[in-house]
Design a protein around this ligand. Sequence first.
Ligand SMILES: Nc1nc2c(c(=O)[nH]1)N[C@H]1C(S)=C(S)[C@@H](COP(=O)(O)O)O[C@H]1N2
Ligand SMILES: [Mo]
Length: 493
Amino acid sequence: MLQRTGKPALIGVLSAALGVAAAEVLAAATRPAAGPLVAVGGAVIDAAPTPVKEFAVRTLGTHDKPVLLASIAVVLVLFTATVGILSFRRRWVAIAGAAVFGLAGAAAALARPAAIAYDAVPSLVGAAIAGFVLYHLAKPVREVVIDRRAFLRAAVVLGGGALIAGGTAETIKRVRGGAITKSREAIRFPVAADPAKPLPNGTAPGFYTPTLYRVDTALSVPRIDVSTWSLRIHGMIGKETSLTFDDLLKRPLIERDITLNCVSNEVGGPYIGTARWLGVPLAPLLKELGVDPAADQLVARSVEGMTIGTPVATIMDGRDAMLVVGMNGQPLPLEHGFPVRMLTPGLYGYAGACKWMDELELTTFADYDAYWVKRGWGARGPVKTASRIDSPKPFASVKAGKVNVAGVAWAQRRGIRNVEIRVDDRDWQKADLLPVPSSDTWVQWRYSWDATPGPHTLTVRATDGTGAVQVEERATPFPDGATGWHSITATVQ
Ligand SMILES: Nc1nc2c(c(=O)[nH]1)N[C@H]1C(S)=C(S)[C@@H](COP(=O)(O)O)O[C@H]1N2
Ligand SMILES: [Mo]
């Protein structure tokens, strides 16, 4: 049995591995985005229905991508093992299997939003190699007992070839990545024309989040060469233009503390953070270029094909919407959008914070739906007033007496006027608010709780700068951001 299925299955898998690795080398050397693994993964992400994406972000967090790649690998192994077994009965199956495999890779690569026709080539070449090899190894004899030595030789050659090719692809990526990292580290920013003020006295540690959460659809982080990067600005604008990274640095830069959060964040969730951002203010730039008054949407596009639409009126209303070049005194980290991303205070990331951008188009909401809007999310994305208890942790055990309760509240642009804490079902009590640099960041709050023994539930709610109290009714993140009061339970000893 094993003779008839085990060995052919392994030959099938190894032939495919060689084909995929060859395709990855070719892609790494020519167009990294055209590699079949990343292309298929990207296609799966784009095709995944919103609830599945939500589930992946919620349960897997930043591990969603390795899990996706591993799942693709499992499907590949099952498929190619089957093709291997069947090929040893009917040789043409090797060709048919490889064709399916190659066309799937090519279709996925071509379906990527930023694809060019060439992107089909690596998958097709890889499939041709896999099909050729398997066809020649598959013996058209039904009861054949594969010769042990011939099998071992084939397995070693295929496996070794796949490893060498895979290793080469990895090395090419490393070398290229290394060059990008070096050029990133060599960037020196001019002094900001309008620098951030020092943080006001009295903010607590944790005001900045040293590692910002990461949410994006990019399976492999785009590696962009700043020396060839440019930003094309076009559409309903008086003067179309293209700006290099140096062009951006020649403009007056502003530096701001801004809190960024994700619309997919659940009540109490982790997808929020605060950083010091350096960038080119967008409003004066757009004014110079002359925006058509009929244009109400600015669509940012990224090199890997994300589109994020932001209301023009929001960008022009005086807030610090910017083309970000620096974060916390450094060039943008690769995973946060190097070399340039957008940031729009007061909007969720999906509506105002495109990473790895290389294009801005002035258009209208009537004419164009951006990536997340096509998938049912709200088109405009203003952040909702929210608050979170960070300490004590849920289900913590604390000592009776004075307990420091701490957390954050946010309503970027509107600011936070008030934060209140409720212990069990007693009256709401005012929390202390620590100072903030502006209404565009979260507010740290503190409450001194006179804790008595037993289990207790703590609930927080915020009131924004307009006097509106945070919405109590629970709503899911889809389609325009979660609502509901965060509460935790702690046991007092
Ligand atoms: N190119 C690109 N930009 C993107 C996204 C993306 O998937 N691709 N995701 C957006 C979303 S949903 C959020 S919340 C923010 C997150 O930014 P961060 O990963 O730097 O924290 O990036 C935004 N910009
Ligand atoms: Mo997001």
